[in-house]
Design a protein around this ligand. Structure first.
Ligand code: LMR
Length: 339
């Protein structure tokens, strides 16, 4: 479905979800007596990724702690749907929980684009300080009126560049077709380095790289490894230029419809899983970086400080374009946490 028609559907879904939240029956409503509540949880990455292991652990702990009362159905690797469709499905109550990247919410709020300002966060620890700060916590409830309640943020890792030729100076990106997520700020970032951005769902990227429909892309080590992008990209640059992390959200009317003890118990379980998984995300990415190097399929460029500065300067215009849209106060809060 084209991005714009998807947005129309999302907005319609949000309206329906909001109506349901104002006294209508909750999407997915209470199960028949004796049946468990079913939480459908689709995502697009492989099971052996930070998100994959957290989703699976949440399922296992939730079902163990609430036997017979809840069933969590995790659908990895875009088996059920792609990410943008999952936001729509959440709004409609067709699925109950998602963990799509923060980058995909820009039609619903400009605030999440703070995570995609290039080179704002030097590492995951800086992102975590921001997410734990009061302005960071407030982001979780930004979309509640629209029927989407954020419960946690999950990390993946920092983004790296991959391409058909060495990407050492920003000029090396000129003219290359880069796949980006469906996000305007990421589109602007690629334009800033002279590339041609192509918005595309994650599940289509491998084949598009393989057939040459796109030339290059940006992603974390864990996604590049688990989705085998390194097999079809001969060069990589360790740029750490951005963050990939997830807004773990539930359909708000469904969540409110859960019995209190179940809802609070699931929230505590999710908080525990978040702490467990976020603490592992960096090492998973580093292990996958090593797996890629061991494969001998690609050549890695580690930038010198001067080369890194050139990339930072090249992407800087994105800040001028997006700072006010995001809100200067929020950007400043992120900057303070990133120090
Ligand atoms: C993407 O590039 O679309 C990914 O970041 C998706 C994901 O869930 O990590």
């Amino acid at each position: 479905m084209a991005v714009h028609s998807r947005i129309r559907v999302i907005l319609l879904g949000l309206a329906l979800a909001a109506i349901a939240g104002c006294g209508g029956s909750a999407p997915g409503g209470a199960p028949a007596s004796g049946e468990p509540y079913v939480i459908k949880f689709p995502h697009v990455v492989a099971p052996a990724t930070p998100k994959g292991i957290m989703a699976q652990r949440f399922k296992e702990l939730a079902e163990e702690r609430f036997p017979g009362r809840v069933r969590v159905e995790v659908y990895p690797s875009a088996q059920l749907m792609e990410d943008s469709d999952s936001i729509e499905a959440l709004a409609f109550g067709e699925v109950q929980m998602i963990a799509t990247t923060v980058s995909l919410y820009d039609r619903l709020t400009q605030k999440f684009q703070v995570f995609d300002l290039p080179f704002l966060f030097p590492d995951l620890a800086a992102v975590e300080r921001f997410q734990a700060s009061p302005p960071g916590r407030e982001l979780l409830t930004t979309l509640t009126d629209q029927g989407i309640l954020g419960l946690q943020f999950w990390h993946n890792g920092m983004k790296q560049l991959t391409g058909p030729r060495p990407l050492i100076e920003p000029d090396d990106a000129r003219g290359l077709k880069f796949r980006v997520m469906e996000s305007d700020i990421l589109e602007a970032e690629i334009k800033a380095i002279g590339g041609s951005p192509q918005k595309m769902a994650f599940g289509e990227v491998y084949q598009a790289l393989q057939t040459g429909a796109i030339d290059a892309q940006e992603n974390t080590w864990s996604n590049i490894y688990s989705s085998k992008f390194y097999e079809v990209q001969p060069y990589m640059t360790e740029s750490n230029h951005g963050y990939i992390g997830y807004f773990v959200a539930v359909n708000a009317p469904f969540w409110r419809s859960l019995p209190d003890d179940l809802r609070t118990g699931l929230e505590a379980t999710l908080a525990e899983v978040t702490q467990w998984g976020n603490a592992r995300s960096e090492s998973i990415n580093l292990e996958d970086r090593q797996h890629i190097l061991d494969s001998g399929r690609t050549e890695l460029t580690v930038l010198t400080p001067q080369q890194l500065t050139a990339w930072q300067e090249a992407m800087r215009p994105v800040w001028d374009e997006f700072r006010d849209r995001i809100g200067a106060e929020l950007v400043n809060a992120a900057l303070a946490a990133a120090q």
